[in-house]
Design a protein. Structure first.
Length: 294
Protein backbone atom coordinates (compact mmCIF):
# COMPACT_ATOMS: atom_id res chain seq x y z
CA UNK A 1 0.00 0.00 0.00
CA UNK A 2 1.32 3.45 -0.96
CA UNK A 3 1.23 5.80 1.99
CA UNK A 4 0.40 9.43 1.16
CA UNK A 5 1.89 12.59 2.57
CA UNK A 6 -0.92 13.92 4.80
CA UNK A 7 -1.32 17.58 5.76
CA UNK A 8 -3.73 19.07 8.27
CA UNK A 9 -5.28 22.41 7.28
CA UNK A 10 -7.52 24.93 9.05
CA UNK A 11 -7.48 27.84 6.59
CA UNK A 12 -4.72 29.74 8.44
CA UNK A 13 -1.57 31.01 6.67
CA UNK A 14 0.44 28.52 8.72
CA UNK A 15 -1.58 25.55 7.52
CA UNK A 16 -1.43 26.73 3.91
CA UNK A 17 2.36 27.00 4.21
CA UNK A 18 2.33 23.45 5.55
CA UNK A 19 0.21 22.35 2.58
CA UNK A 20 2.71 23.88 0.12
CA UNK A 21 5.61 22.17 1.90
CA UNK A 22 3.73 18.86 1.90
CA UNK A 23 2.99 19.17 -1.83
CA UNK A 24 6.67 19.72 -2.62
CA UNK A 25 7.61 16.75 -0.44
CA UNK A 26 5.00 14.53 -2.11
CA UNK A 27 6.41 15.43 -5.53
CA UNK A 28 9.96 14.66 -4.39
CA UNK A 29 8.90 11.25 -3.14
CA UNK A 30 6.46 10.46 -5.95
CA UNK A 31 3.60 10.08 -3.46
CA UNK A 32 -0.02 11.31 -3.42
CA UNK A 33 -1.06 14.14 -1.11
CA UNK A 34 -3.97 13.91 1.32
CA UNK A 35 -5.40 17.17 2.67
CA UNK A 36 -7.46 16.79 5.84
CA UNK A 37 -9.34 18.97 8.30
CA UNK A 38 -10.27 17.43 11.66
CA UNK A 39 -13.67 18.63 12.86
CA UNK A 40 -16.10 17.35 15.48
CA UNK A 41 -19.57 18.73 16.22
CA UNK A 42 -20.13 19.32 19.93
CA UNK A 43 -23.61 20.74 20.64
CA UNK A 44 -23.69 23.40 23.34
CA UNK A 45 -26.55 24.30 25.66
CA UNK A 46 -25.88 28.02 25.13
CA UNK A 47 -26.97 29.57 21.81
CA UNK A 48 -24.22 29.87 19.20
CA UNK A 49 -24.08 31.83 15.99
CA UNK A 50 -23.04 28.95 13.76
CA UNK A 51 -25.20 25.86 13.55
CA UNK A 52 -23.98 22.38 12.63
CA UNK A 53 -24.75 22.68 8.90
CA UNK A 54 -22.81 25.94 8.64
CA UNK A 55 -19.80 24.46 10.41
CA UNK A 56 -19.86 21.37 8.21
CA UNK A 57 -19.91 23.56 5.12
CA UNK A 58 -17.03 25.67 6.47
CA UNK A 59 -14.93 22.56 7.11
CA UNK A 60 -15.60 21.29 3.58
CA UNK A 61 -14.68 24.68 2.14
CA UNK A 62 -11.37 24.70 4.02
CA UNK A 63 -10.18 21.42 2.50
CA UNK A 64 -11.65 22.01 -0.96
CA UNK A 65 -10.04 25.46 -1.23
CA UNK A 66 -6.68 24.04 -0.16
CA UNK A 67 -7.05 21.17 -2.65
CA UNK A 68 -7.91 23.56 -5.50
CA UNK A 69 -4.93 25.82 -4.81
CA UNK A 70 -2.53 22.88 -4.65
CA UNK A 71 -3.81 21.35 -7.88
CA UNK A 72 -3.46 24.72 -9.63
CA UNK A 73 0.16 25.04 -8.45
CA UNK A 74 1.06 21.38 -8.97
CA UNK A 75 -1.13 19.91 -11.75
CA UNK A 76 1.00 16.76 -11.85
CA UNK A 77 0.29 15.99 -8.17
CA UNK A 78 -2.48 13.64 -7.03
CA UNK A 79 -4.40 15.50 -4.30
CA UNK A 80 -7.39 14.24 -2.32
CA UNK A 81 -9.27 16.25 0.32
CA UNK A 82 -11.22 14.94 3.29
CA UNK A 83 -13.01 16.22 6.38
CA UNK A 84 -12.30 13.94 9.34
CA UNK A 85 -15.38 13.85 11.54
CA UNK A 86 -13.70 13.19 14.86
CA UNK A 87 -12.03 14.93 17.77
CA UNK A 88 -8.94 16.65 16.26
CA UNK A 89 -6.16 14.90 18.19
CA UNK A 90 -7.63 11.44 17.67
CA UNK A 91 -8.32 12.13 13.99
CA UNK A 92 -4.82 13.41 13.26
CA UNK A 93 -3.13 10.57 15.17
CA UNK A 94 -5.15 8.08 13.10
CA UNK A 95 -4.30 9.99 9.91
CA UNK A 96 -0.62 9.75 10.80
CA UNK A 97 -0.81 5.97 11.12
CA UNK A 98 -1.74 5.58 7.45
CA UNK A 99 0.60 8.32 6.15
CA UNK A 100 4.25 8.35 5.15
CA UNK A 101 4.41 11.48 7.27
CA UNK A 102 2.01 14.05 8.69
CA UNK A 103 2.58 17.77 8.10
CA UNK A 104 1.17 20.49 10.37
CA UNK A 105 1.53 24.27 10.45
CA UNK A 106 2.82 26.16 13.47
CA UNK A 107 2.69 29.73 14.68
CA UNK A 108 5.37 32.10 15.90
CA UNK A 109 8.31 31.66 18.22
CA UNK A 110 8.45 31.15 21.95
CA UNK A 111 6.85 28.82 24.45
CA UNK A 112 3.64 30.84 24.76
CA UNK A 113 2.63 31.01 21.11
CA UNK A 114 1.31 27.53 20.44
CA UNK A 115 0.78 25.47 17.31
CA UNK A 116 -1.61 25.19 14.38
CA UNK A 117 -4.36 23.61 16.43
CA UNK A 118 -3.39 25.12 19.76
CA UNK A 119 -2.38 22.40 22.18
CA UNK A 120 -3.78 19.77 19.81
CA UNK A 121 -0.71 19.63 17.56
CA UNK A 122 1.64 19.12 20.49
CA UNK A 123 -0.58 16.28 21.71
CA UNK A 124 -0.53 14.75 18.22
CA UNK A 125 3.26 14.88 17.99
CA UNK A 126 3.56 13.25 21.42
CA UNK A 127 1.27 10.35 20.50
CA UNK A 128 2.04 9.35 16.92
CA UNK A 129 4.25 6.47 15.82
CA UNK A 130 5.31 7.97 12.47
CA UNK A 131 7.13 11.21 11.58
CA UNK A 132 5.47 14.64 11.84
CA UNK A 133 6.80 17.80 10.18
CA UNK A 134 5.97 21.22 11.63
CA UNK A 135 6.06 24.14 9.14
CA UNK A 136 5.89 27.86 9.87
CA UNK A 137 4.34 30.49 7.64
CA UNK A 138 6.97 32.49 5.71
CA UNK A 139 8.47 35.38 7.64
CA UNK A 140 9.96 38.67 6.54
CA UNK A 141 13.77 38.34 6.45
CA UNK A 142 15.46 39.91 9.48
CA UNK A 143 17.79 42.14 7.49
CA UNK A 144 20.10 41.62 4.53
CA UNK A 145 22.28 39.09 6.37
CA UNK A 146 19.34 36.75 7.02
CA UNK A 147 18.06 37.20 3.47
CA UNK A 148 21.46 36.25 2.03
CA UNK A 149 21.82 33.15 4.19
CA UNK A 150 20.95 30.07 2.09
CA UNK A 151 18.93 27.10 3.35
CA UNK A 152 21.24 24.48 1.92
CA UNK A 153 21.67 21.66 4.43
CA UNK A 154 19.71 19.15 6.49
CA UNK A 155 20.49 19.41 10.19
CA UNK A 156 19.90 16.37 12.38
CA UNK A 157 20.31 15.86 16.11
CA UNK A 158 21.90 12.56 17.10
CA UNK A 159 21.48 11.21 20.64
CA UNK A 160 22.11 7.90 22.31
CA UNK A 161 23.39 4.82 20.52
CA UNK A 162 23.53 4.08 16.79
CA UNK A 163 20.51 1.82 17.20
CA UNK A 164 18.51 4.45 19.07
CA UNK A 165 19.09 7.14 16.46
CA UNK A 166 18.80 5.00 13.32
CA UNK A 167 15.24 6.11 12.39
CA UNK A 168 16.17 9.78 12.92
CA UNK A 169 19.37 9.61 10.88
CA UNK A 170 17.65 7.57 8.19
CA UNK A 171 14.96 10.22 7.79
CA UNK A 172 17.59 12.98 7.58
CA UNK A 173 19.73 11.20 4.99
CA UNK A 174 16.70 10.36 2.84
CA UNK A 175 15.59 14.00 2.96
CA UNK A 176 19.10 15.17 2.05
CA UNK A 177 19.41 12.72 -0.85
CA UNK A 178 16.02 13.75 -2.23
CA UNK A 179 17.05 17.43 -2.17
CA UNK A 180 20.69 17.04 -3.19
CA UNK A 181 21.84 18.62 0.09
CA UNK A 182 24.49 17.74 2.70
CA UNK A 183 23.75 16.59 6.24
CA UNK A 184 25.00 18.39 9.35
CA UNK A 185 24.91 15.87 12.21
CA UNK A 186 24.95 17.41 15.69
CA UNK A 187 25.61 15.67 19.00
CA UNK A 188 25.52 17.57 22.29
CA UNK A 189 27.01 16.21 25.49
CA UNK A 190 27.33 17.17 29.14
CA UNK A 191 29.46 16.09 32.06
CA UNK A 192 28.10 13.37 34.34
CA UNK A 193 26.63 14.84 37.57
CA UNK A 194 29.47 13.42 39.66
CA UNK A 195 31.91 15.89 38.04
CA UNK A 196 29.88 18.80 39.35
CA UNK A 197 30.84 17.75 42.89
CA UNK A 198 34.42 16.73 42.22
CA UNK A 199 36.76 19.47 40.92
CA UNK A 200 39.65 17.01 40.98
CA UNK A 201 37.83 14.50 38.79
CA UNK A 202 36.79 17.29 36.44
CA UNK A 203 40.41 18.43 36.09
CA UNK A 204 41.60 14.88 35.40
CA UNK A 205 38.89 14.40 32.79
CA UNK A 206 39.86 17.67 31.13
CA UNK A 207 43.57 16.77 31.10
CA UNK A 208 42.74 13.43 29.50
CA UNK A 209 40.83 15.13 26.72
CA UNK A 210 37.49 15.11 28.44
CA UNK A 211 34.56 13.08 27.14
CA UNK A 212 34.49 14.73 23.72
CA UNK A 213 36.59 12.05 21.94
CA UNK A 214 34.12 9.43 23.16
CA UNK A 215 31.19 11.55 21.98
CA UNK A 216 32.80 12.04 18.56
CA UNK A 217 33.31 8.31 18.27
CA UNK A 218 29.67 7.66 19.14
CA UNK A 219 28.50 10.10 16.47
CA UNK A 220 30.84 8.64 13.83
CA UNK A 221 29.70 5.11 14.58
CA UNK A 222 26.04 6.12 14.34
CA UNK A 223 26.65 7.84 10.99
CA UNK A 224 28.74 5.05 9.45
CA UNK A 225 25.91 2.90 8.00
CA UNK A 226 24.14 5.95 6.58
CA UNK A 227 27.32 7.26 4.94
CA UNK A 228 27.63 3.85 3.29
CA UNK A 229 23.98 3.76 2.19
CA UNK A 230 24.02 7.35 0.89
CA UNK A 231 27.60 7.90 -0.40
CA UNK A 232 26.43 10.87 -2.48
CA UNK A 233 25.42 12.84 0.65
CA UNK A 234 28.24 14.95 2.19
CA UNK A 235 28.27 14.91 5.99
CA UNK A 236 29.54 17.48 8.48
CA UNK A 237 29.91 16.31 12.09
CA UNK A 238 29.52 18.71 14.99
CA UNK A 239 30.06 17.71 18.64
CA UNK A 240 29.73 20.28 21.41
CA UNK A 241 29.27 20.39 25.16
CA UNK A 242 26.05 22.06 26.24
CA UNK A 243 22.27 21.80 26.33
CA UNK A 244 20.97 19.58 23.55
CA UNK A 245 18.36 22.06 22.40
CA UNK A 246 20.67 25.07 22.46
CA UNK A 247 23.55 23.31 20.71
CA UNK A 248 21.23 22.01 18.00
CA UNK A 249 19.42 25.30 17.38
CA UNK A 250 22.75 27.14 17.11
CA UNK A 251 23.55 24.95 14.07
CA UNK A 252 20.34 25.67 12.13
CA UNK A 253 21.31 28.98 10.52
CA UNK A 254 21.41 27.35 7.06
CA UNK A 255 18.96 24.52 7.65
CA UNK A 256 16.34 23.67 5.04
CA UNK A 257 15.00 21.10 7.52
CA UNK A 258 15.79 20.22 11.13
CA UNK A 259 15.32 16.57 12.10
CA UNK A 260 15.01 15.55 15.76
CA UNK A 261 14.02 12.37 17.52
CA UNK A 262 11.32 11.65 20.07
CA UNK A 263 11.66 8.57 22.26
CA UNK A 264 8.42 6.59 22.30
CA UNK A 265 7.56 5.86 25.91
CA UNK A 266 4.66 6.40 28.24
CA UNK A 267 5.00 8.26 31.51
CA UNK A 268 2.54 8.49 34.42
CA UNK A 269 1.45 11.89 33.12
CA UNK A 270 1.10 10.77 29.49
CA UNK A 271 3.25 11.00 26.37
CA UNK A 272 5.86 13.73 26.05
CA UNK A 273 7.84 15.10 23.13
CA UNK A 274 11.13 15.57 25.01
CA UNK A 275 13.11 18.72 25.74
CA UNK A 276 15.13 18.81 22.51
CA UNK A 277 12.10 18.31 20.26
CA UNK A 278 10.20 20.87 22.35
CA UNK A 279 12.97 23.47 21.88
CA UNK A 280 13.20 22.77 18.16
CA UNK A 281 9.44 23.06 17.59
CA UNK A 282 9.18 26.34 19.48
CA UNK A 283 12.33 28.12 18.31
CA UNK A 284 13.61 26.77 14.96
CA UNK A 285 12.84 29.02 11.99
CA UNK A 286 12.99 26.15 9.49
CA UNK A 287 10.58 23.20 9.17
CA UNK A 288 11.10 20.63 11.93
CA UNK A 289 10.66 16.88 11.48
CA UNK A 290 10.02 14.91 14.69
CA UNK A 291 10.81 11.21 14.20
CA UNK A 292 9.62 8.71 16.84
CA UNK A 293 12.06 5.99 17.90
CA UNK A 294 12.27 3.39 20.66
Amino acid sequence: MTRPITVGVDGSPESLAAADWAADEALRRGLPLRVVHAWHWEPMTAPVVDDQDEQVQWARTVVSDAQRQLVERHPELSVVAEVLSAEPVTALVEANESAELLVLGSRGHGALLGFLLGSHAQQVIARVSRPVVSVRAPEEPAGAEAAARPADEIVVGQQGSAEDSAPVLGFAFEAAAARGLPVRAVRAWSLPPVFAYSPGSLRLADEAGGLEPYERQQLSEALAPWREKFPQVPVEEHVEIGSGGQVLLAQTGRAALLVVGRRVRRSPIGSRIGSVAHAALHHARCPVAVVPHV
